[in-house]
Design a protein around this ligand. Structure first.
Ligand code: SAH
Length: 223
């Protein structure tokens, strides 16, 4: 039996879902080819770990579709020297991808159960440049700012001001923004003290909660 029972599925996922759809940065492809995504999904769903879709991970949350994780990572245009912040750790898979592309990753999750589980897996896999924090990520993580890259993996009503403030000059912020069923993936840049942004494509994410997020009256369930 193969030592890595998922190797074929992983290679197939990278070739069909990522490379074929136009994401060809060799550093990104190398990271995706080496990360055991099955470790970040619940055991009973491992056979679906490389499917072209999000999957439930508990606490009403999901691990994003592999392509979406790859696309958002690519949009940050990381070179390897960056200090990066992720909001919405979830399973920890996106943080592990970023850990392979940047120098340091801070990731923030509001659900303790998810933060703990993600921290355990990241440590087991040797992702020692990732720190998992628990808290309201809409506030960013000021203690380690500024960040050359910020990635938000939950949909915000509008871009939280603290995240823009914690962005380094020349840095990029990737975030899905908008209402349920009508969200747009946006890339913000800080250049010369000004912010500009472009819209990439319509997307579907769970809601950002907390001070800068959606309240239960406007968006009751997390899916
Ligand atoms: N990046 C994740 C996908 C996570 S889904 C992965 O690779 O698996 C979005 C996550 O954002 C959920 O886990 C949700 O609990 C978290 N979240 C929502 N609002 C948040 C907030 N204000 N602060 C921190 N995390 C938040």
């Amino acid at each position: 039996m193969s030592l890595d029972a998922y190797a074929d599925q992983r290679a197939e996922m990278v070739a069909q879902q990522v490379e074929r759809r136009g994401l060809q940065d060799p550093r990104l492809l190398t990271v995706l080819r080496s990360l055991p995504r099955e470790r970040f999904v619940p055991e009973n769903l491992r056979h679906m770990a490389y499917h072209d879709q999000p999957l439930p991970i508990g606490s009403g949350q999901t691990i994003s579709q592999p392509y979406m994780t790859a696309l958002m990572s690519a949009l940050l245009q990381l070179q390897g020297h960056e200090n990066v912040l992720e909001i919405g750790t979830g399973s920890g898979y996106q943080a592990a991808v970023l850990a392979g592309l940047a120098r340091v990753v801070h990731t923030c999750e509001r659900h303790a159960a998810l933060a703990d589980q993600a921290g355990r897996i990241l440590a087991e896999l040797g992702c020692h440049n990732v720190t998992v924090h628990r808290g309201d990520g809409g506030l960013g993580w000021p203690a380690a700012a500024p960040y050359q890259g910020i990635l938000v993996t939950a949909a915000a009503p509008i871009v939280p001001r603290p995240l823009l403030e914690q962005l380094a000059e020349g840095g990029r912020l990737v975030i899905p923004a908008g209402v349920r069923g009508r969200q747009m993936l946006q890339v913000w840049r800080r250049l010369g003290g000004q912010f500009n942004h472009e819209e990439i494509m319509p997307v579907f994410f769970v809601p950002l909660r907390g001070q800068f997020g959606w309240n239960e009256a406007d968006w009751p369930v997390d899916n």
